[in-house]
Design a protein around this ligand. Structure first.
Ligand code: CTP
Length: 400
């Protein structure tokens, strides 16, 4: 149900916190990995030990932990999660979320999270009904957060009405349904290339480029999170990915990348060539390190195979083929030329003329140019969000 899903469970101070022991157990039983963050006041209602035992992971509650005062990276916690579930959500944590306050680890992680945030409020009758609370719920809803409404019943105060946190089974059910909804690429196979290629000159030197691989890796993650089975052919990068739906094939040269892509393209429904493949490779690789002898040295280069062009000629009706172009001049005209020559469904155009975009940066600014000539221009965004835009464009094309 939640197999392989990463859930960050945020617990705020409310008597309903006692239910999070059962909730953690149910998440783990459903196949999810669970990390827990407690607000300082939540610790009065449930112990970190109970939750770390049930989740089999450390539980976090402050920005620093341990005798050495080790810093807990809230950004990493926020990025790690597929779902950030805040249950119970107290009135105080809700108001801070609405206002962007980050005075504890849960709130800082909330502000850093890029995943879906789902909250289960738990409050006393009048607190829940108060216009301030209802207003704050509308505010966080407008941020895209999902709310699992509380049930009616007897509350801790003895009053009867709406305010009881949804039961753990209801919360797990809600998130499982969300996970199903998001699986628009279930059963689809996606082949992605990423990173640079290294073309050997001799045993210690190569010709490479500045591609970091970030765009291709972000695409792989977003597709896998939508249920696709992904093969990621990656040139040398410093990036790592662990996802049960992603197989990473590490290659070095354009020749190796060509071989890995050709091995995998036939079974792929969607192919995205985000790698910066070398166009030329030394015609001969010296077996020994080249010694410094002459004042000038020429290296003869041969053209590599254009992998994308080859795929364009082999492409079937059912396959979607996407290329990337990085241009410094006549950007649109050059990208359109590649789109046609390589028989692509669309091309993603990156410009090197924008600040903080392209090689090595976390942000990118793209245009998507479709076969029919339609151009969609996007704002500068984080590469993960750019990946989402690309995936959404493919969703539209496939009507999934
Ligand atoms: N590409 C490829 N094989 C190559 C070179 C490029 O598959 N040997 C792919 C890239 O992964 C990218 C697209 O082709 O998706 C465009 O790459 P780019 O380097 O921008 O274009 P080139 O066709 O190499 O043209 P030029 O370098 O002259 O701009």
């Amino acid at each position: 149900m939640l197999e392989g899903k990463k859930i960050l469970l945020g617990i705020s101070g409310s008597i309903a916190a006692y239910k999070t022991a059962a909730l953690t157990r149910l998440f783990v039983k459903a196949g999810a990995e669970v990390k827990v963050i407690l607000t300082p006041s939540a610790k009065a209602f449930i112990t970190p030990l109970t939750l770390s035992t049930l989740s089999k992971k450390p539980v976090y509650s402050s920005f620093t932990e341990g005798s050495q005062g080790e810093w807990i990276n809230h950004v990493e916690l926020g990025l790690w999660a597929d779902y950030f579930v805040i249950a119970p959500l107290s009135a105080s944590t809700l108001s801070k979320m609405a206002m962007g306050n980050s005075d504890n680890l849960l709130l800082a992680s909330y502000l850093s999270a890029r995943c879906k945030v789902i909250v289960a409020p738990a409050m006393d009758l009048d607190m829940y009904a108060h216009p301030a609370t209802q207003n704050n719920l509308s505010i966080i809803k407008s941020y895209g957060n999902l709310i699992i409404p509380p049930n009616s019943g007897e509350l801790a105060s003895g009053l009867i009405g709406a305010g009881r946190m949804a039961e753990p089974e209801e919360i797990v059910d809600f998130i499982s349904k969300q996970a199903q909804l998001g699986m628009s690429f279930k059963g689809k196979r996606v082949l992605i290339t990423a990173g640079p290629t290294y073309e050997a000159i001799d045993p210690v030197r190569f010709i490479g480029n500045h591609s970091s691989g970030k765009m291709g890796f972000a695409l792989a993650e977003v597709f896998a999170n939508h249920g696709a089975e992904v093969v990621l052919v990656s040139g040398p990068t410093h990036l790592h990915l662990k996802h049960n739906l992603i197989t990473v094939l590490n290659v070095k040269s354009a020749h190796d990348m060509h071989a890995a892509v050709i091995d995998n393209y036939q079974s792929a429904d969607i192919i995205l060539m985000a790698a910066a493949v070398a166009d030329y490779t030394p015609s001969q690789v010296s077996a020994q390190k080249i010694k410094k002898k002459t004042s000038e040295l020429s290296i003869e280069l041969f053209q590599t195979k254009d992998i994308l062009k080859e795929l364009g000629s082999l492409k079937t009706e059912k396959q979607i083929l996407i290329g990337f172009a990085l241009e410094t001049q006549d950007e649109e005209a050059n990208a359109i030329k590649k789109l046609t020559e390589k028989n692509l469904d669309f091309i993603v155009l990156n410009s090197l003329n924008n600040e903080q975009t392209g090689f090595g940066f976390d942000t990118n600014q793209i245009q998507i140019i479709e076969k029919g000539g339609t151009i969609t221009r996007f704002e500068k965004k984080l590469k993960h969000q750019v990946a989402l835009d690309i995936v959404n464009k493919i969703k539209q094309m496939l009507h999934v």
